[in-house]
Design a protein around this ligand. Structure first.
Ligand code: AMP
Ligand code: MG
Length: 410
């Protein structure tokens, strides 16, 4: 390990995130996917519309298609219904003055028509309809290109595809889409005390949690996970695990990055790779080793389960999004009023687990329970993190704070 990182003071959260994001380059390889398999993947390049959408003028309503000059200026006018245009079955003949065509939503406007009158707004009289005054030329018509003009850019490269995006791509007639490959992430936990759920515990042992919380978080981000299991607190075992991860895009470990007697991860990262920083002035989550291991970016997350999850969300998730090629976006936050006090000391940013509720048009936030870094149940209960800035001391009840909804985190 380099001397300067060993003694450097903890970084602020913003500085740490900026340093992480500064050097990340998106994975370059792309793959062509069927549209139905592309949800949540990151678009490799801009997508433009060759043709306009819709491709032809069509009706927005069930009713009657006609030419605007057949509309009465005042009083009523009788028009003869000369045919039908159904969705997928256009009426091909021309429609003249004093004529109209029965038309359904999505059906093509017949030649000579530019206006649709809703069926609720006409009377039928045998072969004819009767229309009153007050209609507008062009009403209830969807014009070609009204949704997407031909030649326009529809989606930008770096977009993580959402359901509506897939529909937009389908509307262009594209069956496949070029996306960046998934980010490959290797994960292992460290700790002699850790056992897999489903096995008995000896005295002093606990069940492993972090590979479950991190694995699920990685799955939500669409990463390809290689799980190396639990590695004991032995330098040789940690070295061996690290050797296996050097080809990944990112490596996540949990535990063993602090200053305890068996915390070897940082030291071995320094031997086999490079430690860029390892402390952030925050709670939960102070020890967070960031560096380089082979061609991978290395995140040595703290062992405490809440710390591991919070540092994942604040630092690893934005990094993985950047590696995936996604454009960076600040996390969404909202303002809320605290229902109780939050103990805090100045000098480090704190991320308290909170529960939001809406009352009389305002967001209120209360503690989700224990703020101990090992208490996962309050993380499970929480629906937001309350952002208590580094400079702040204890935040009294009734204060306005910024909160980050947990399901809106990047
Ligand atoms: P460490 O950072 O290794 O000192 O771990 C800090 C605390 O987190 C200790 O109480 C560990 O037992 C606990 N811990 C570490 N890794 C895990 C894990 N994967 N699952 C649950 N607890 C863990
Ligand atoms: Mg440990």
């Amino acid at each position: 390990m380099r001397r300067d990182t060993a003694t450097a003071p903890p970084l602020s959260v913003e500085e740490a995130r900026a340093r992480i994001l500064a050097n990340l380059m998106p994975v370059e390889d792309t793959e062509l996917l069927r549209l139905s398999a592309a949800s949540g993947r990151v678009l490799a390049a801009d997508l433009s519309a060759r043709e306009p959408v819709p491709g032809f003028a069509n009706s927005a309503m069930d009713g009657y298609a006609l030419a605007a000059h057949s509309l009465p200026q005042s009083g009523e006018r009788h028009l003869r219904v000369i045919g039908k245009s159904l969705a997928g079955h256009p009426h091909t003949g021309t429609v003249g003055a004093d004529e109209c065509v029965r038309i359904m939503t999505g059906a093509m406007l017949p030649p000579g028509c530019d206006t649709v009158i809703m069926q609720e707004e006409v009377r039928t009289a045998g072969e004819e309809i009767v229309i009153g005054a007050g209609h507008r030329a062009g009403e209830n018509v969807r014009l070609p290109g009204g949704d997407i003009p031909g030649g326009s850019r529809v989606l930008s490269g770096g977009r993580r595809l959402r359901p509506a995006d897939l529909g937009v791509i389908a509307s262009l007639g594209l069956a496949q889409v070029q996306v960046r490959r998934r980010v490959r992430v290797a994960v292992f936990g460290t700790g002699d005390e850790l056992r897999e759920p489903g096995t008995p515990l000896a005295p002093g042992q606990i069940y492993e949690r972090n590979r479950y919380t991190l694995g699920a978080s990685l799955a939500n981000l669409g990463a390809e996970v290689r799980d190396l299991g639990i590695v004991p607190d032995e330098p040789a075992a940690i070295r061996a695990a690290m050797h296996q991860t050097m080809q990944a895009d990112a490596v996540l470990t949990s535990g063993g990055v602090s200053v305890g007697d068996t915390d070897y991860v940082r030291q071995i990262l320094g031997e086999l790779g490079e430690v860029r920083f390892w402390r952030v002035a925050m709670k939960p989550g102070k020890p967070l080793a960031f560096g380089r291991l082979g061609r991978a970016w290395f995140f040595g997350l703290p062992g405490n389960p809440v710390s591991a999850l919070v540092t994942f969300q604040l630092f690893v998730a934005p990094a993985l999004r950047a590696l995936a090629g996604e454009a960076y976006r600040e996390p969404l936050t909202l303002r809320a009023r605290t229902l109780g006090a939050f103990d805090k000391r100045p000098g480090r940013a704190e991320f308290a687990r909170g529960m939001l509720r809406r009352e009389a048009g305002a967001w209120l936030v209360e503690t989700a329970g224990s703020q101990d870094s090992s208490a996962l149940s309050s993380m499970s209960r929480a629906d937001c993190l309350i952002l208590l800035p580094a400079a702040a001391a204890t935040v009294p009840a009734g204060s306005e704070v910024e909160v980050m909804p947990l399901d809106a985190l990047p």
